[in-house]
Ligand binder design. Structure first.
Ligand code: HEC
Ligand code: HEC
Length: 492
């Protein structure tokens, strides 16, 4: 709430509509809220898609956007092939294309039952550190100690056809083939939440069910983190939020004693070769869009590139290391100019406009959202920085509903797997923009980092830690008010 006070003091005369809205609490509704990506926002008609270019992007940039989209959509194949431009898949990987996880630019999904393999969700891993001084080079560049054999991500696919088909994977049968690191399934643990008014909601949380380990046992102390692919719309706008604006929202030692701290992660930037504030990834574990896209190419698809020139195999994965690669004359599978196209495709993906008419319930829900304190982490709006390089993304009023900071969300959501300054209970505030469109975009209903929530109500009920107070406010509301708040979140 600090922000409103500052704006109110600085704005005694001649204020814009947005500034005036900030005088009152909750702030008065502003028409600009209907355009979550400012002038980049595109219509959700005739169908909702999160893979459209920014509405105000110059026509001259569109061919590159579509070329980047084609690269994000194109299935990579095993090397060597005659089409050298798209070979180099794996040898171990999670998916053949970017958009097979970020389906149509939206969220991934997680299997409903224990029989289907994990496809649009990643499992990260690491081992605990006893290096109190933090001298291990991995702590500096990865913010954690990768597993000595499996690295920091389980690649559950490989170029072996028998494994792709999950065809009788006995060690003997596949002795000379490159094994994926593991087959992963999910077991759901059911529970219930009982509201103070007596009504009951079913909850579930995932547990890993690893069926085949390609490279020996993990070891007892291994730390795991299940992460569903988030949506990738509006990335260029998030990249242009001034770090000072995020720092201003952080309150790491909770100096204002509102129970909410908010912390900036400091993470390794391979381009700068230095620690930089993080804002991408579910623990704000990557500093720039270039880096998260390049890391995804290497780790998720197994495509080496100028930022990450190595194959995804660890030094103990001999079969993986000896496979032919798809390197070009520069020694990488994806040259810089093609990487740039995919980064710019991600940068220019537009948020969708909201419905023009706010229903009574949505207006009510909006008030309750602020009154419950949701906005304290789900920061409604920012103005992007001035940018001559990306004029269409420059100085836009955007409504992501996230402070991109780390918050302790309590034991129930903890993965106990630290990454840089993010501890095992901290997560980046999930942006809520366009949340209600996800089922329409690609059928995904799942929320929270590991997809345990099947709807907004369940997502709120899992909030704890710094968000306990907001959750308590929510559960004590009468049912009709709870429904209104939920409808507001879906309307974003
Ligand atoms: C196997 C599924 C999968 C594939 C394939 C994949 N991603 Fe992701 N992506 C994820 C997950 C999971 C995260 C969150 C990562 C984390 O928290 O560490 C993510 C994060 C991102 C983000 C940051 C989103 C945010 O809100 O901060 C971007 C951008 C992104 N991916 C782009 C790509 C691109 C480009 C490719 C192709 C080169 C790709 N991804 C391939 C699953 C995937
Ligand atoms: C202390 C900060 C904080 C407060 C307060 C807070 N949230 Fe969150 N919220 C988060 C974080 C962090 C996540 C991501 C957690 C995860 O992925 O496990 C999240 C995730 C969510 C999600 C899931 C979004 C997605 O795409 O997965 C919804 C919905 C949500 N919050 C709604 C609310 C509502 C409604 C309120 C108020 C009742 C609220 N939150 C209060 C920090 C907060």
């Amino acid at each position: 709430m600090r922000k409103y006070l500052v704006v109110a003091l600085a704005c005694l005369a001649a204020c814009s509509q947005t500034d005036q809205a900030a005088h009152t609490f909750p702030p008065a509704f502003d028409q600009a809220e209907l355009f979550p990506g400012g002038e980049t926002s595109v219509s959700a008609l005739p169908f909702a898609s999160l893979e459209k270019p920014a509405a105000n992007m110059a026509d001259a940039l569109k061919p590159n956007f579509h070329a980047g989209k084609a690269l994000a959509n194109q299935p990579w194949v095993k090397a060597p092939t005659t089409t050298t431009a798209r070979d180099g898949l794996g040898p171990i990987y999670n998916a053949r294309t970017c958009l097979s996880c970020h389906i149509k630019g939206g969220k991934g999904n997680i299997p409903l039952d224990n029989d289907s393999p994990l496809t649009t969700t990643l499992v990260r891993l690491s081992v605990p550190t006893t290096d109190a001084l933090g001298n291990d080079p991995s702590l500096i560049t990865h913010g954690l100690i990768p597993h000595p054999v499996y690295g920091d991500q389980i690649q559950n696919q490989s170029i072996s056809l028998a494994h792709q088909l999950r065809n009788n994977p006995s060690a003997q049968n596949l002795a000379h083939d490159v094994a994926p690191e593991a087959y992963i399934n999910i077991q759901w643990i059911e529970s219930q939440y009982k509201y103070p008014d007596g009504s009951i909601t079913a909850l579930r949380r995932p547990e890993l069910d690893v069926r085949y380990l390609g490279y020996g046992s993990f070891g007892d102390d291994t730390l795991f983190s299940i992460r569903v692919a988030p949506s990738i719309h509006g990335m260029g706008l998030l990249a242009l939020i001034d770090q000072q604006d995020l720092n201003a929202l952080a309150d790491e030692s909770d100096a204002n004693q509102d129970g909410i701290s908010g912390k900036v992660n400091l993470v390794w930037d391979v381009q700068a070769q230095a620690l930089r504030p993080g804002r991408f990834g579910l623990k704000s574990n990557k500093p720039t869009l270039e880096m998260i896209v390049a890391a995804a190419f290497k780790n998720d698809v197994g495509i080496s590139n100028p930022l990450f020139p190595d194959q995804p195999c660890s030094s103990s994965q001999a079969d993986c290391l000896k496979q032919p690669n798809g390197n070009d004359a520069e020694g990488v599978e994806l040259p810089q100019h093609l990487l740039d196209l995919v980064v710019d495709f991600n940068r220019n993906l537009a948020p969708l406009q909201r419905d023009e008419e706010l229903s009574k319930a949505v207006s009510k829900g909006r008030t309750l959202f602020y009154e419950s304190g949701c906005h304290q982490c789900h920061q409604p709006s920012f103005k992007t920085q001035e940018s001559t390089k990306y004029p269409h993304l420059s100085e836009q009023i955007i409504w992501p509903y996230s402070d991109l900071l780390l918050h302790d969300m309590g034991e129930a959501l903890a993965d106990y797997r630290p990454e840089f300054l993010a501890d095992g209970k901290e997560w980046r505030t999930a942006p809520l923009w366009n949340l209600g469109y996800h089922p329409k975009v690609n059928g995904s209903h799942v929320l929270l980092h590991d997809g345990r929530a099947r709807n907004v109500e369940e997502a709120i009920l899992w909030h704890g830690g710094e968000a306990q107070k907001a959750k308590d406010q929510f559960v004590h509301l009468p049912k009709s008010d709870r429904d209104a708040l939920i409808e507001f979140v879906y309307s974003l």
